[in-house]
Write a protein that binds this ligand. Structure first.
Ligand code: SF4
Length: 603
């Protein structure tokens, strides 16, 4: 008998105010695992890829994987699948916390949200009862307040998800927050939820999740935890410094995009490092369900103009976005910008990169001061925080423009080349000129520029591969993209891959579900998911022309540091990548590949 799944899908139609449940499709569960894969298969079947993401026709799927709510390590991941508001791609974002566990224990593997409520509502799910409730008292509240109120209105031990004011106002870079402290970001998924007038969901579980083979699963869990305990990051480093430990590491490698990627080396990186964050701001580390890594940060600002503010984060990417990308070396200001984005519900990578783009446009003379209201120059920490406030509040024309992300901002001022984005999504904290494989990953990532779809940094910077060589990077990128798609779908955290290989993760999946699956079959499922995403995007209008880095990466050499003089040339790797994927020269999956993956007839 199949284990690991709760077995039911909850479907809520906000237009009709109807609630129904259905059994999970076991064939899809076996082929697409769960979470990201299953949710995307379902979305693929149920929406037209050409719809407006903010229309009533779009659906929002909150999904868990078969390892969620088990004792598998770091298995508290929850995924949100939709057509993304920022760029119209097949979007899947992922968050940790406790929501996945509560949802599965409430009896559901996923929630499919359809339509649009007439007025703001929230959902309350408990002991087989699902209610659509009035959220007028929550609308306008920030994410922290909303979490508190949702727990007060439902159950103090409920887990919640919510949007902040940014998503209510349909910011294209808004995210969805879990329990007021963990975020599923990128691609503007918050705006999709806002467009449905859905402010939040609260859920409390009361059941337990059964695995198929208890003994085999316990052995697989023991082995996985043992491996993770011996790895430098997942064993100790994660809790001590969090992801911010990467600031110094990536800067020393000459790969920290600086001042909107005019450079890739930040002289003042030590002032904004993870070591500095731990010393000056950290209160404690925090973990998601079933995780011993505990990379989460609970922090405070103790002095200066932002003193007495407390919150969670920042992560490495956030420190980079408000720090090096904006030329800012004031860690208090970076932490404050992070808190503002958390409370309003904005994606910090896109928010920081958009401010960096605005600084660049301002310094080049393309944005007049009268549009902003103040000088917005690289390195000015106060101006950076003020720009973030404008973006959060969206009460000026310029603030509303910032809240659409860097692509629309640069387009508005007639200089798209200033947006460091792929498929309209800002790229994260690794410079593709210095680290070649991550450039291919950004260019080909199905949801737009992204580092967590195939984290080549582990091999290129932390491992032994030559980061400045193109050789072998197409193969590495494909391998990691497929493995990550499968891993995400299983419900465990990407950070487990610092220690675990496909073999151990496949064993956890097989033991939990009872599906016959070795490491090759597990990765094949990931490849199937990757191709499904690609097919959706092709149907939505994307093509090989969208698998490109911003012009600056190809034409402007890095100015200083260890990677001085480097540029990125993705085309050097792209044709090999297409060929390894079994796609034609236009990046379209061949009939042979579709048949091999059981996806025939979908393109
Ligand atoms: S490693 Fe960090 S993000 Fe991943 S599950 Fe653990 S605490 Fe959560």
């Amino acid at each position: 008998m199949v284990g690991g799944y709760a077995g039911k899908i909850l479907r809520v139609n906000l237009t009709e105010q109807t609630i129904s449940t259905e059994d999970i499709n076991l064939k899809w569960a076996e082929d697409f695992i769960g979470g990201r894969g299953y949710g995307e298969r379902l979305l693929f079947d149920e929406i037209d890829p050409r719809i407006d993401p903010l229309s009533e026709e779009n659906k929002l799927i909150i999904a868990t994987g078969p390892l969620g709510s088990t004792t598998a390590p770091s298995s508290g991941r929850v995924m949100v699948i939709t057509k993304g508001a920022l760029n119209g791609t097949m979007a899947c974002s992922n968050s940790g916390g406790h929501f996945a566990g509560e949802l599965k224990r409430a009896g559901y593997d996923m929630i499919v949200i359809e339509g649009k409520a007439e007025k703001p509502v929230y959902l309350w799910i408990y002991k087989g009862q699902v209610q659509i409730r009035d959220a007028s008292k929550l609308w306008g509240k920030n994410t922290k307040e909303t979490d508190k109120l949702l727990k007060r209105f439902t159950h103090p031990e409920a887990s919640t998800l919510q949007i902040g004011p940014a998503a209510e106002k349909l910011s294209l870079i808004s995210n969805i927050t879990f329990d007021g402290r963990r975020m599923a970001g990128r691609t503007g998924i918050g705006a999709v939820m806002g467009s449905k007038n859905l402010k939040g969901v609260a859920v409390k579980g009361h059941l337990s999740i059964r695995v198929a083979d208890k003994e085999r699963f316990a052995k697989a869990v023991y082995q996985a935890r043992d491996i993770l305990s011996k790895d430098a990051f997942s064993g100790k480093g994660g809790a001590k410094y969090g992801t911010a430990v990467l600031v110094n590491v990536i800067n020393k490698a000459g790969g920290l995009p600086t001042r909107n990627a005019h450079d890739a080396y930040f002289d003042n990186a030590a002032s904004i490092s993870g070591e500095r964050l731990t010393k000056d701001h950290l209160i404690k580390a925090e973990a998601c369900d079933s995780c011993s890594i505990a990379c989460g940060r609970v922090t405070q600002i103790t002095s200066g103009k932002y003193a007495n503010n407390k919150g969670v984060g920042p992560e490495y990417e956030t420190i980079w976005a408000f720090g090096a990308a904006c030329g800012v070396d004031d860690l208090d200001a970076i932490v404050m910008a992070n808190y503002l984005c958390n409370e309003y519900g904005l994606d910090t990578i896109s928010a920081g990169a958009t401010v960096a783009c605005a600084m660049d446009l301002f310094e080049a003379g393309y944005i007049p001061k009268s549009d902003i209201g103040f000088d917005l120059r690289f390195g000015d920490a106060d101006a950076m925080v003020e720009a973030v406030k404008l973006m959060c509040e969206q009460n000026t024309d310029f603030g509303r423009l910032l809240a659409k992300g860097s692509y629309r901002l640069a387009e508005h001022y007639g200089h798209l080349e200033f947006s460091m984005s792929v498929k309209k999504q800002e790229f994260p904290a690794y410079d593709p000129r210095a680290i070649k494989g991550i450039g291919l990953e950004y260019a080909t990532s199905n949801r737009g520029a992204c580092h967590v779809r195939g984290y080549t940094i582990g091999a290129e910077v932390l491992g032994g591969l030559d980061k400045s060589s193109y050789e072998g990077k197409a193969k590495l990128t494909k391998k990691l993209q497929d493995l990550t798609a499968a891993l995400d779908s299983s419900g465990i955290c990407l950070f487990t891959t610092f220690g675990l290989k496909a073999k151990e993760i496949a064993e956890l999946f097989a033991a939990a579900t009872g599906f016959d699956c070795d490491k090759d079959e597990f990765v094949k499922k990931g490849e199937r998911i990757w191709n499904l995403e690609r097919i959706f995007n092709i149907k939505a209008g994307f093509s090989a022309d969208d698998d490109r880095l911003p012009e600056r990466m190809e034409k402007e050499p890095i100015k200083s540091g260890p990677s001085k003089g480097e540029v990125a040339n993705v085309s050097e790797m792209l044709s090999e990548y297409y060929s390894l994927r079994g796609w034609d020269k236009n990046g379209i999956p061949t009939d042979k590949k579709l048949k091999e993956l059981g996806l025939e007839g979908l393109l």
